[in-house]
Ligand binder design. Structure first.
Ligand code: SF4
Length: 208
């Protein structure tokens, strides 16, 4: 047995502050300098969330894990990866959970429209109640420095995604991390307010 096959599979769900989190993928488009996974830190609540692509759970497996976890007031798509890299699964699961009258939140990099080369925000209607978007910086230069997007245009694409999401999703919140070099958190809050979104200042290394 090799090291890969002997490693415990990461949990499909985990809980934080009374909410149920769904660990759909560990893949990301960004390579944020502040992300703990690039320092080998994948643990939340004592369990590693690291998933290989082959280990990513199916929709059926996620629903079974949610059923096994019991009742929760909110289900959140968030792990050490970008949920919208599995957009189809997010939408199917979101609609299913909404039919069960659960609150559903998506934590995202806000780059799905750029990746998919189309506006996916109308698809979120009826599947997602809250979209939490990592704005991370008040301008493109600072964003690129901290998040290392793989292609140009990520920051304006993120802003456009957020403005469109406001039209289709009941609650949209932008976030930025306190204490990162040159990140102006009040300016980030101003950007959120200007597009009609909420804002949350986050703490470094605090997931969720
Ligand atoms: S988007 Fe999130 S999970 Fe991905 S590298 Fe950045 S901080 Fe880490």
């Amino acid at each position: 047995m090799n090291a890969q096959s002997s490693r415990r599979r990461a949990p499909i769900t985990y809980t934080l502050r009374g909410r149920l989190y769904i660990n759909l993928t560990s893949r990301c488009w960004l390579r944020c300098r502040f992300c703990p996974k690039f320092d080998g830190r994948w643990e939340i609540d004592g369990a590693s969330l690291r998933l290989t692509r082959r280990e990513e759970p199916s929709v059926v497996e996620v629903l079974a894990a949610i059923d096994a976890a019991g009742p929760y007031r909110e289900v959140v798509f968030c792990g050490f990866g970008e949920p919208t890299l599995r957009l189809d699964a997010v939408l199917v699961l979101g609609r299913t959970l909404k039919r069960r009258h659960l609150q559903v939140r998506l934590n995202t990099d806000g780059l799905a429209n750029l990746r998919h080369q189309r506006d996916i925000t109308p698809d979120l209607a009826g599947a997602i109640d809250t979209v939490s978007i990592s704005l991370n910086a008040q301008d493109e230069r600072t964003y690129v420095r901290h998040c290392l997007p793989p292609e140009p245009g990520a920051y304006p694409a993120l802003l456009d995604f957020a403005a469109r999401a406001v039209r289709h999703v009941p609650t949209v919140t932008l976030s930025a991390i306190e204490g990162l070099d040159d990140v102006d958190v009040p300016a980030c809050r101003h950007i959120a307010t200007a597009i009609g979104a909420g804002f949350r200042a986050r703490l470094l290394d605090r997931v969720g």
